[in-house]
Design a protein around this ligand. Structure first.
Ligand code: ADP
Ligand code: MG
Length: 689
């Protein structure tokens, strides 16, 4: 891309010392805060405002910080106690109420007031004593323009009031130099303040309206720049992706779809269409497929893999665990093999001669679809013509794997499937560089899982309920948060619970134990025994969270449910309700806080994963949603992804339109916006995989 930054002289890109009054010492203090230029200073945003609006005494609460105006009614009286301590009191007529104003340790105020003088005082209100303890005050009436004072984040020696002073001074000298970079029509369309007026409203608000308008402008600006950035990256990536069209056979695909044992839901049809159009296109697919547990993602993957095979391409399905690999292999085998698609499973259990043989057939192109853990794209595994990679549980497939593929010369289309419903706002921001397809509908006839929240002292009754299910030939999961007791956390431990239940069901039902400390052979054996109904109750840590399918299990008890996030509880709960029988999920929890109680309630109210994820996001905030480290979420200065989500949607579709339009890249009107983008590094070289 040609540099657009020629001939631009930004008069704000001068040292802060250009602001009147800022000398070396202040400059150093500002530098500490990352403020070097006047531009930095002007862009330094307040994080809140102090409210100095006049209040009516009839509607203020005890202990509130308030501002009032009144007439001095008595000479100040000063009372000393000790050598340095004093208390100055003035009676003030505020409206028609006579109150006391108190200053501590400012005896010199004695001569400052005259009877009948108007003063404005801000301080803490004592309702019972009808007394205001003054923090700040001034002679005269209050002005509307004093209503809101910005509070800036500071550290080191600088004080908030100083920060205010320097920023206001900078605005006085330099606000004329603040340039707009959004095109005029956008400001008009959304009734946004121009950039100069927005900064004035931000730093020197005259009223509440100013605060709102400034914020609106900056939120949109922030979202638009962000969206333009990720979407242009996506465009560039697509153009350089080395993808190839997968010309599948429409007629074979039609036959295959007609042979399915059920009719696709309309949500499935919609995502199939999106995926097929990606396959056909010469650019590489980079798509996230999200759908709640049980929404039927596997068959969608099967359709994509089948389509690729009709065009002569091989496909791979990667899953996080061997248990899952086997499950998927079974269902794909049933679906695909009858149509002449060769399906193979590659796990750690495939060894020696069998493995060698399998790899040879893969290399020769005799295997069409290979299923396994992520090991299947590594080491000595070579495909003849890999065209499509599907991964289940997208977060486990990372940049590293894609690099390996690229190094082997493969540029396959990639479809990430996840059962963790991602709230829309997060999908837009965190996965902005991906296309997202959503299955937002369940196959018909599913029974809702009945969910109850119980306290630990109700365990006896819960076990009676569990036994009823067992008597009818069903099975049960019991989930515990950790495997070892920790005194500090006081968590239930799977081993103890296993011992307790083994004793409880002694001679009647078999209780199995599953946790992360078992070897994978031991895990497989436990799962096999449970799937074969040799074990009726499975006590487990969260290892069963992902994808495990035992339709005969209809009862789940979750210990210490308050320790799990809503999304995780939802995943766990999804292990039951997979067969034709009514299923139950009991949350054993005694949360102390309000949020914890709210979360348990939400779980009992809905089984819709998307609704849960939205509410989880509201309760936990975006940072916690994915876990701090892997969140990869951008930090916004003004915007809040949850509350400003309409603006985010708007900015997203505006950005999409701009990126695709010729005018955006070529016309004068958008030049400042492009410059701004380039300045923020949007087009900087990024290595694509
Ligand atoms: P998940 O999205 O959790 O991976 P699965 O693909 O395992 O869900 O599907 C869950 C169950 O629903 C499977 O038994 C599958 O055969 C069945 N299923 C999928 N789609 C439909 C449909 N359109 N109508 C009826 N049953 C379906
Ligand atoms: Mg699945």
């Amino acid at each position: 891309m040609v540099s657009l930054l020629t001939n631009v002289t930004n008069k704000l890109l001068v040292p802060v010392s250009e602001v009147k009054g800022i000398g070396e010492k202040i400059e150093a203090q500002l530098n500490e805060l990352g403020i070097f230029t006047v531009h930095d200073l002007i862009e330094y945003a307040p994080f809140r405002y102090e409210d100095y609006r006049l209040r009516d005494l009839s509607e203020v609460r005890h202990d509130e910080r308030i501002t009032i105006e009144g007439k001095v009614h008595s000479e100040p009286s000063v009372m000393y106690f000790g050598r340095r301590k004093s208390r100055t009191v003035v009676r003030l007529l505020a409206g028609n109420v006579l109150i006391k104003i108190v200053w501590f340790n400012q005896p010199y105020l004695k001569n400052k007031f005259e009877i009948n003088q108007i003063i404005t005082v801000t301080g803490k209100w004592d309702q019972h004593r009808q007394t205001l303890t003054a923090q700040t005050w001034k002679v005269g009436s209050s002005r509307e323009s004093d209503s809101f004072q910005p509070v800036y984040p500071i550290k080191g020696d600088i004080k908030v009031f100083e920060m205010r002073k320097w920023i206001q001074q900078a605005m006085k000298q330099f606000s004329g130099e603040i340039d707009e970079f959004l095109p005029e029509y956008m400001l008009k369309k959304y009734k946004l303040l121009n950039r100069r007026r927005a900064f004035l409203a931000l730093h020197l608000p005259q009223n509440e309206q100013d605060l709102k308008q400034a914020r609106r402008r900056f939120v949109y600006e922030e979202f638009l720049l962000f969206q333009l950035k990720i979407q242009s990256l996506r465009k560039i990536e697509k153009e350089q992706s080395g993808g190839k069209p997968i010309a599948y056979s429409t007629s074979k695909l039609k036959d295959f779809m007609n042979s399915l044992p059920f009719e696709l839901t309309s949500a499935q049809k919609k995502v199939v269409k999106e995926i097929l159009s990606d396959l056909k296109s010469p650019t590489r697919m980079n798509r996230l497929l999200q759908g709640d547990v049980g929404s039927g993602k596997t068959v969608v993957a099967a359709i994509a893999l089948f389509a690729a095979s009709t065009a002569g391409f091989q496909g791979a399905l990667m899953v996080p665990t061997e248990i899952l690999a086997e499950q998927h292999a079974n269902s794909l085998f049933d679906l695909l093999q009858p149509h002449g698609v060769e399906v193979a499973l590659l796990t750690g259990a495939v060894k020696g001669k069998k493995r060698k043989e399998l790899l040879e057939r893969l290399k020769a192109g005799e295997i069409n679809v290979l299923i396994g853990t992520h090991a299947l794209i590594q080491d000595d595994v070579e495909f003849a013509n890999l065209g499509l990679v599907v991964t289940d549980e997208q977060h486990r497939f990372g940049v590293e794997q894609r690099k390996i593929l690229r190094e082997k010369g493969y540029h396959p289309d990639v479809l990430f499937m996840t059962a963790t419903p991602i709230p829309r706002t997060l999908a837009i921001t965190a996965f902005g560089e991906m296309d997202v397809s959503t299955i937002d509908q369940m196959p018909a006839g599913r029974k809702q899982i009945e969910t109850y929240w119980a306290k630990p002292n109700q365990l006896d009754r819960i076990l009676i309920g569990m036994e009823k299910e067992l008597q009818q030939g069903q099975q049960a999961y019991v989930i515990c948060p950790l495997i070892e007791e920790s005194d500090k956390l006081d968590v239930q431990n799977a081993i103890d619970v296993h011992a307790l239940l083994s004793q409880h069901f002694h001679n009647r039902y078999k209780v199995g134990l599953m946790h992360g400390r078992l070897t994978s052979d031991e895990k497989d054996e436990v799962m096999r025994a449970f799937a074969a109904n040799e074990v009726q109750v499975l006590v487990s840590t969260t290892v069963v969270e992902v994808g495990v399918n035992v339709p005969n299990a209809t009862f789940m008890l979750i210990y210490d449910a308050e320790r799990f996030g809503l999304s995780q509880l939802h995943q766990l709960r999804g292990r039951v309700g997979r067969g034709e029988h009514q299923s139950y999920c009991i949350l054993l929890a005694d949360p102390k806080g309000e949020t914890g109680q709210e979360r348990m309630k939400i779980m009992t109210e809905t089984t819709n994963g998307f609704e849960l994820s939205e509410r989880d996001l509201e309760l936990r905030g975006p940072g916690d949603f994915f876990g701090k480290k892997q969140s990869g979420l951008p930090e916004f200065k003004y915007a809040d992804m949850i509350h400003d989500y309409r603006a985010l949607e708007t900015a997203r579709s505006d950005a999409a339109q701009l990126i695709e339009s010729k005018a955006f890249w070529e016309s004068e009107e958008f030049r400042p916006l492009l410059e701004k983008l380039e300045e923020s590094g949007a087009f900087a070289a990024k290595s694509f995989d």
